[in-house]
Every structure is written in structure tokens, then in C-alpha cells.
Design a binder for this molecule. Structure first.
Ligand SMILES: [Zn+2]
Length: 168
């Protein structure tokens, strides 16, 4: 059996890369069979012969893939802007008795959007009219159920707190 010296392996790799067949390489190297060449090629991990023409063909494919990934994101921008919720009432609506809706006075038909710090006495609910089965008024349900939720927007309570901070 012929031994695979470094030189012979190098020649084999070169010839294989050049696109010669296993039998052609076997003839050039001598002392080896076509099968031995194929076996060595596999062991060397050379089996995946890459021709220059194939590489050239791959180029436009990658550019198309890139174009495909970038193009859908482009129209996303205006869509996101359109989804921006309408200005949300920052202040609660007073009840007929002149007080804000709190945990005691809130009813099913009132917006339960929390305003203020829940641990403080001035905590109140929005109190605006809410549609049946909807916990919030139109403006607040817009905030609550907008795609904003998917973007990981903080809880309504946290939002209200942040707004209060911004107003100070
Ligand atoms: Zn509300």
C-alpha cells in the first residue's frame, strides 16, 4: 500500500481542487488506486469540490436574499408611525360628585386605567365611559391593546407614573 506523504497529499489536494477525476489523480500519483484516492479525498474533507464558476453563481443569490430581508422592513416605518396611539387623557374624569373614580366607586362601565401612584391617596382611575366588556375607555384601550404591547411597553400603572414624572 502506498503511503500518503505530505507531498503526495498536497498534490492530491491540488489536483482534486483543479477538478481532476480520482482515476486521473491515481495515475499521476502512481502506486494508488482510484478508490484509494477517493477514500483519501473523503478523509481530508475535500469531497465538496468547489468550482470557481459555482462561487460566481452564488454571489447574486446572496444579494437577493439581502434585498429580501431589507425590503419588508422599509415599509414598516410608516406603519409604525401610523400605529402611534392618539394622545391619551392624562387626567382622570371627575364623577358627578366631584371626586375621581377610585377602587370603591369604579363601575363596570368606567375606564379602569390607573392614574397616579397606587400606594398614594391621589391614586384614581380614568373613569371615562368604557364600552361593555372593555375595561378601558377608547383612548386607553388604544394604548392597552396597540401593537405597543408587543414591543414590551410597561404596564399601564407604570406608564401613568412615568407620565406624572414627565409633567413635573
Ligand atoms: Zn381611560
Amino acid at each position: 500500500m502506498a503511503t500518503w506523504t505530505e507531498d503526495r497529499v498536497e498534490t492530491l489536494s491540488k489536483l482534486w481542487a483543479d477538478g481532476l477525476s480520482a482515476s486521473q489523480i491515481a495515475k499521476i500519483l502512481g502506486e494508488v488506486t482510484r478508490n484509494a484516492v477517493i477514500g483519501k479525498v473523503h478523509r481530508l474533507g475535500l469531497s465538496g469540490r468547489v468550482k470557481k464558476s459555482k462561487q460566481a453563481k452564488r454571489m447574486p443569490r446572496t444579494t437577493t436574499a439581502k434585498a429580501r430581508t431589507t425590503s419588508p422592513s422599509a415599509p414598516r416605518m410608516p406603519r409604525r408611525m401610523a400605529a402611534t396611539p392618539a394622545p391619551v387623557p392624562l387626567e382622570a374624569k371627575k364623577l358627578p360628585n366631584g371626586e375621581f373614580a377610585n377602587i370603591m366607586t369604579i363601575t363596570d362601565h368606567m375606564c379602569k386605567w390607573p392614574l397616579g401612584d397606587p400606594s398614594s391617596s391621589d391614586f384614581r382611575f380614568c373613569g371615562r365611559g368604557a364600552d361593555k366588556g372593555d375595561p378601558y375607555c377608547k383612548a386607553h384601550s388604544q394604548v392597552a391593546y396597540q401593537p405597543a404591547r408587543r414591543r414590551g411597553v410597561p404596564s399601564p400603572a407604570l406608564l401613568a407614573q412615568n407620565k406624572r414624572r414627565a409633567l413635573r
